[in-house]
Design a binder for this molecule. Structure first.
Ligand SMILES: [Zn+2]
Length: 287
């Protein structure tokens, strides 16, 4: 019977809609998208967006390949920012739906972030292999970042995403990803106010003071693992500086100390981590 009603409602709705929109709509009544009548007089205060994170990627592939892969295969993103002049923004997945961009990801107790994130892919080659076998990460064109920042600002504002939850793919999937890599200009996003200020720039004096402390005595692997986990990275606290720890640290360094990102423990990385985890006390409000 219910099913019959649903079918009847679905069939009748297109016929009734012109009448409803012509001024016969009952105040306080609406329908679901499927045509089920609902009362709309009460709206709950307790609600927020399902979107908690914004994850930034590069595609490695060129523009045509990126579009093909992200629309035809089992991977996708909400937005694809091209490398044209000027860059264009493709919307490939509606923001209300889940795009498949983050894989086995996590951040600060949250897991499988596809369900709770918006993904932006940037058409960018990533890196090229130098003759000596080392990776050379390539810069991002200014115009692409100029186009990216307003998009990030728009998404963050509409979903009220916290600035520290705008993350690189490698940060949430450190085991096998490193995009958007060490050349991604996080400082420009910080200057635009869409991610937190970088401690190496905004709190240079505090970082220098902590660095001196850690140069005198470098903390051990357990300390680094605890600090990285506290900031949000998914890391196993094994007490050994193992491969998973190096991958997490490499992604941390790519963002916060991009001049050197081998994933080693060092005093500067320790200081940056400590400053992130211990923000300066907020100035007291005037009485
Ligand atoms: Zn990615």
């Amino acid at each position: 019977m219910n099913r019959l009603r649903q079918v009847a409602a679905a069939l009748l709705l297109p016929l009734l809609l012109p009448l409803l929109t012509a001024g016969c709509a009952t105040p306080g009544m609406g329908t679901t998208e499927g045509g089920i009548p609902v009362v709309t007089t009460h709206t709950a205060k307790g609600q927020d967006s399902r979107v908690l994170f914004l994850v930034i990627h590069y595609t490695v592939a060129d523009r045509a390949q990126s579009l093909h892969i992200l629309t035809e295969r089992e991977v996708s993103a909400h937005y694809l920012l091209t490398d044209e002049t000027p860059p264009r923004i493709h919307r490939l997945v509606d923001e209300n739906r889940r795009a498949w961009h983050s894989g086995v990801s996590g951040w600060k107790g949250h897991r499988l972030l596809n369900a709770s994130s918006i993904g932006i892919e940037i058409v960018h080659p990533g890196f090229r292999k130098r003759p000596d076998g080392e990776r050379e990460y390539l810069p991002f064109p200014e115009a692409q970042i100029d186009a990216l920042i307003p998009l990030v600002r728009d998404i963050v504002a509409r979903h009220q995403i916290r600035p520290e939850r705008v993350l690189g793919h490698g940060e949430v999937t450190p085991a096998y990803k490193e995009d958007p890599g060490p050349t991604f200009p996080w400082h420009r996003l910080a200057a635009a106010g869409v991610v937190p200020p970088l401690p190496g720039l905004a709190q240079a004096a505090r970082v220098a003071a902590q660095r001196a402390t850690y140069e005198a005595a470098l903390p051990d692997a357990a300390w680094f693992q605890q600090q990285l986990q506290q900031w949000g990275y998914v890391i196993e606290r094994t007490g050994q500086w193992d491969e998973q720890s190096r991958r997490v640290m490499m992604n941390f360094q790519m963002r916060y100390r991009p001049a050197l990102y081998r994933g080693d423990m060092d005093a500067e990385s320790a200081a940056l981590l400590w400053v992130l985890n211990n923000p300066p006390p907020a100035p007291k409000a005037a009485p």
